[in-house]
Ligand binder design. Structure first.
Ligand SMILES: C[S@@+](CC[C@H](N)C(=O)[O-])C[C@H]1O[C@@H](n2cnc3c(N)ncnc32)[C@H](O)[C@@H]1O
Length: 208
């Protein structure tokens, strides 16, 4: 597959393009994801520009991302440069970990899941939101063609074709969420598909 997306190249219009691609639904999906958080601290894993800022105002948030350009636009007070595979926090640090639209970008998903479990407090929640492909074979093909056209056009118009090509290919990078979550050793509470054709998934997990 292509090199990982360099979000530095697209950080200025990331939020706008994200809303365009998801027809504005990304905001309501993040809002729904944040409803499953318990009061206390939140690690916004792969926080980027801080798109979840409004949904997390009542929490003590630490925003983590490896991309300093994305973080430069992020309004959270506590910002940490780092990667999900090697979290710079001690064991049992957070009441919640929120991870929105990040997993397809990480290099080592299993290590990231292990780190999530390590830094989450017992009883803590892990909320996972991301895009995938629809389950149905026909809808999957339609989705592939649609995302191919839309993401390549955006890439051409914004002169960032390689980043948007990565985003297109990343949709097929991981197994379907129903299989992917078998690698999470936290207790699964639910996994549901949302969005048009079910191309988005939302999962809740708890550390016992
Ligand atoms: C598509 S953006 C999502 C940003 C934000 N969570 C949102 O809801 O819009 C993906 C983010 O994941 C970050 N990222 C890439 N690899 C990562 C890793 N290994 N650990 C944590 N974040 C990572 C990127 O820098 C980028 O800011």
């Amino acid at each position: 597959m292509n090199e990982p997306a360099n979000f530095s190249n697209i950080h200025k219009f990331y939020d706008f393009i994200n809303s365009l691609v998801t027809l504005g639904f990304d905001k309501s999906w993040r809002k729904e994801a944040s409803k499953y958080l318990i009061p206390g601290s939140v690690l916004d894993l792969g926080s980027g520009t801080g798109a979840s800022y409004r949904d997390l105002m009542s929490f003590d948030v630490t925003a983590l991302d490896p991309d300093t350009q994305m973080l430069s636009l992020n309004k959270f007070n506590k910002k940490v440069v780092g990667k999900s595979e090697d979290l710079p926090f001690s064991d049992n640090s957070f009441d919640n970990i929120l991870c929105c639209f990040v997993l397809r970008n990480v290099e080592n998903v299993q290590r990231s899941f292990n780190e999530v479990e390590r830094v989450l407090k017992p009883g803590g929640k892990f909320v996972l939101l991301d895009m995938t492909r629809p389950k149905n074979t026909l809808l999957k093909q339609i989705h592939k063609i649609g995302t191919y056209l839309v993401l390549h056009l955006i890439g051409i118009f914004t002169l960032n074709l390689s980043e948007y090509r990565f985003l297109y290919f990343s949709l097929d990078k991981l197994p379907a969420p129903e299989i992917l979550i078998e690698d999470i050793t936290l207790e699964p509470k639910f996994l549901k598909r949302i969005g048009l054709f079910g191309f988005v998934y939302l999962g809740l997990f708890e550390k016992s």
